[in-house]
Design a protein around this ligand. Sequence first.
Ligand code: ADP
Ligand code: 5GP
Length: 198
Amino acid sequence: MSEGLLIVVSGPSGVGKSTVVKEVMKRVEGLVFSISHTTRQPRGKEKNGREYYFISREEFKRMVENNEFVEWAEVYGNLYGTSRRELLLRRNEGDVLLDIDVQGAINIKKLFPESIRILLFPPSMEELLRRLKNRKDTPEEEIKKRVKVARWEISRYREFTHIVINDELERAVEDVSAIIRGERLRTERMKEKIEGML
Ligand code: ADP
Ligand code: 5GP
């Protein structure tokens, strides 16, 4: 059996990555979510081993030293990483969806040039600011910093294979779903099925 696709969904903080990813997971069959490790504290109803593996900074550093991460990055003061173990495990289960930041997406491109990398764009910088404010989990000073970083992140759009504007949620979810469905129909992915018929 061939390995699952690697699908990265990335974009600035507040653009709607986790909202879109959650909906796409419900809608498209055969997707598995790559659970990252992080040193940040769980938020709201988040559960260890579902949204993230929540670990201490010491544990994270030990994993970095042991070369256990495919990629890792510091994002707004917390450490986040995709473990080799997680990726290997999930790729045997289906097509893998990663919700990671732009630095992470660029690193995944280097390691897996065949990966599908979707950059979520906000409809405007004003709307991005509004979403960050509405979420009410980020202090004002921090929001300003994130919007500044967002400009750099968006400027790296050439590193991505697809761009989806998250204006209306329903359309963005359908666009991401369509990209995944389309990738699954590529000739090289259909080969096994066809060969079996010959
Ligand atoms: P990210 O994971 O990229 O940081 P979130 O998924 O947490 O972003 O979304 C940030 C905020 O924007 C949340 O309050 C979410 O409900 C809201 N949001 C997401 N997508 C849309 C959209 N298309 N239109 C309006 N609000 C949205
Ligand atoms: P949050 O704390 O809001 O869940 O995530 C903050 C940021 O970290 C988001 O941009 C998210 O995509 C990113 N992120 C989550 N997991 C990883 C990971 O394993 N690697 C990288 N590089 N970024 C990640």
